[in-house]
Ligand binder design. Structure first.
Ligand code: PMP
Ligand code: GLN
Length: 383
C-alpha cells in the first residue's frame, strides 16, 4: 500500500457495521435508511433495465438526468445551469468529491477541511497529492450547536491554500450553516481566491426552521463553487450511487476529465430513474424530511434519558452525543465496546478529525431508521 493511502486502510463504517453484524446489534453506526425510496422510482429503474437502457450512458451522464438536475437547481435555488456543460453525473457524491480534488488541485496545494469531516475528503485530498488543513467547528456551550469558527478559518489560510470543502447540512454534527456563517465563509473564499467544493448531499434534510442555503447562491460565489449532491440521501437510495457535480463549465470539465478515468460512466438505468425522481418525487422527499425531524427528536430524547449529553442537530441522519456523563472518556473505545455492552452500534467522532483529543468525548448515532428500530435501540441502551 502506498504511503498516500496508508493512513486510510479501513473505513470506520465498514468496521462498525461488521461489529454490529457480529454481535447482533442495532446498527446506528453507518448512516443508511432501513426503508426503500419512492416506489415509483423503483418502477422507473425496473422499466429502464427491462426497456433496454443497458449500455454505456453518455460520459457526462444521461441527458434527462442532467436536465432534471439543472431544473432542480433553478426551481429550488434560482441557479441557472447549462445541462450540457455545467452538470456532471457521477458515481455518488463520493466520486464527485474525489474527481473534483484530482481535477482541480495540484500536488502540494493545501485544502481546508472543516472538522469533523466526512472521511472520504481526507483520503481524496491525499490521493490528489495535496495536503489538508483542518478547521474545527466550535461548539456553542449554551445550545450544543457546532458552528463555524471564523477566527480558526482565517488562521488556516496560507500561501498554498487552494480550496475548501464545505459540508452543510453537516455529517456528523447535524449543523446547517446559517446565512451569516456562509456569508463570512464566502468572504474568506473571495479574499483568498479559493475554490469551494460544497457537499450538499443532505440539502433536503434540513429541519425547520433551519434552511439549506447553497454557497453558490451567495454574491461572487457561483464562479468559484463546485456544488455536489447525490440521490442517495435525497431519495433513501444510498445503494444506487448516483450523484452529481454542478458549477462553472471549466470546473465541471476538470472534474469530468478525472471522472472519465475513474469510472468512465455510472449506471445508466438508475440515472433515468433519478431523473424521474427529481421531477416528480420532491413531495416524497419533504415527507422524508419531516419524518426524519421527528426521528431526530425521538432518538435525542431517548439518548438524553439514558444519560448522554445530546448535542443539537438541525438536519442529516445524525445526532452527536457526549459520553462523559455516563462515565466514559474515549469515543473510539466506547464504540468498540458498545455492541457487546448494549447491543447497539455507533461511530466515534474523533476518527473524522485531525485533533482527536478535542473530539474524543463524542459519538454519532444515526436516526434514519424505522421507529421500532429506534425504540429497540433506546430500550437496549437503557438496560
Ligand atoms: N458526503 C457526505 C457528507 C455523506 O454523508 C455521504 C454518505 N452518504 C457522502 C458524501 C457519500 O455520498 P454517496 O453515497 O452519494 O457517494
Ligand atoms: N454516509 C454514511 C455515513 O456517514 C455512510 C458512509 C459509508 O458507509 N461510507 O454513515
Amino acid at each position: 500500500l502506498t504511503s498516500r493511502l496508508r493512513p486510510f486502510t479501513a473505513t470506520i463504517f465498514a468496521e462498525m457495521t461488521a461489529l454490529a453484524h457480529r454481535t447482533g446489534s442495532v446498527n446506528l453506526g453507518q448512516g443508511f435508511p432501513d426503508t426503500d425510496g419512492p416506489p415509483r422510482m423503483l418502477d422507473e429503474a425496473n422499466a429502464a433495465v427491462l426497456g433496454g437502457m443497458n449500455q454505456y450512458a453518455p460520459g457526462p451522464g444521461v441527458p434527462a438526468l442532467r436536465q432534471a438536475v439543472a431544473e432542480h437547481q433553478r426551481a429550488h435555488y434560482g441557479i441557472d445551469l447549462d445541462p450540457d456543460t455545467q452538470v456532471l453525473i457521477t458515481v455518488g457524491a463520493t466520486e464527485a468529491i474525489a474527481a473534483a480534488l484530482l481535477g482541480l488541485v495540484e500536488p502540494g496545494d493545501e485544502v481546508v477541511l472543516i472538522e469533523p469531516y466526512y472521511d472520504s475528503y481526507a483520503a481524496a485530498v491525499a490521493m490528489a497529492g495535496a495536503s489538508r488543513r483542518s478547521v474545527p467547528l466550535a461548539e456553542d456551550p449554551e445550545t450544543g450547536r457546532f458552528g463555524l469558527d471564523l477566527v480558526a478559518l482565517r488562521a488556516a489560510m496560507g500561501p498554498r491554500t487552494r480550496a475548501i470543502v464545505v459540508n452543510s447540512p453537516h455529517n456528523p454534527c447535524g449543523t446547517v450553516f446559517t446565512r451569516q456563517e456562509l456569508t463570512e465563509l464566502a468572504e474568506v473564499a473571495r479574499e483568498h481566491d479559493l475554490l469551494v467544493i460544497t457537499d450538499e448531499v443532505y440539502e433536503h434534510l434540513a429541519f425547520a426552521p433551519a434552511e439549506h442555503i447553497p454557497l453558490a447562491t451567495l454574491p461572487g460565489m457561483a464562479e468559484r463553487t463546485l456544488s455536489i449532491s447525490s440521490a442517495g440521501k435525497m431519495f433513501s437510495l444510498t445503494g444506487w450511487k448516483v450523484g452529481w457535480a454542478t458549477g462553472p463549465a471549466e470546473l465541471v470539465a476538470a472534474v469530468r476529465a478525472a471522472k472519465q478515468f475513474l469510472t468512465f460512466v455510472g449506471p445508466g438505468p438508475l440515472q433515468h430513474a433519478v431523473a424521474y425522481g427529481l421531477r416528480r418525487e420532491l413531495p416524497w422527499v419533504a415527507e422524508l424530511r419531516d419524518s426524519l425531524a421527528a426521528k431526530q427528536h425521538r432518538l435525542a430524547e431517548g439518548l438524553a434519558e439514558v444519560g448522554f449529553g445530546v448535542r443539537r442537530s438541525d438536519g442529516t441522519y445524525f445526532v452527536c452525543a457526549d459520553i462523559r456523563p455516563l462515565g466514559f472518556t474515549d469515543g473510539e473505545e466506547f464504540c468498540r465496546q458498545l455492541p457487546e455492552l448494549a447491543g447497539v452500534a455507533a461511530v466515534p467522532i474523533q476518527v473524522f478529525t485531525d485533533q482527536p483529543e478535542r473530539w474524543r468525548h463524542l459519538v454519532r448515532f444515526a436516526f434514519c431508521k424505522r421507529d421500532e428500530v429506534l425504540a429497540e435501540a433506546i430500550s437496549r441502551l437503557k438496560k
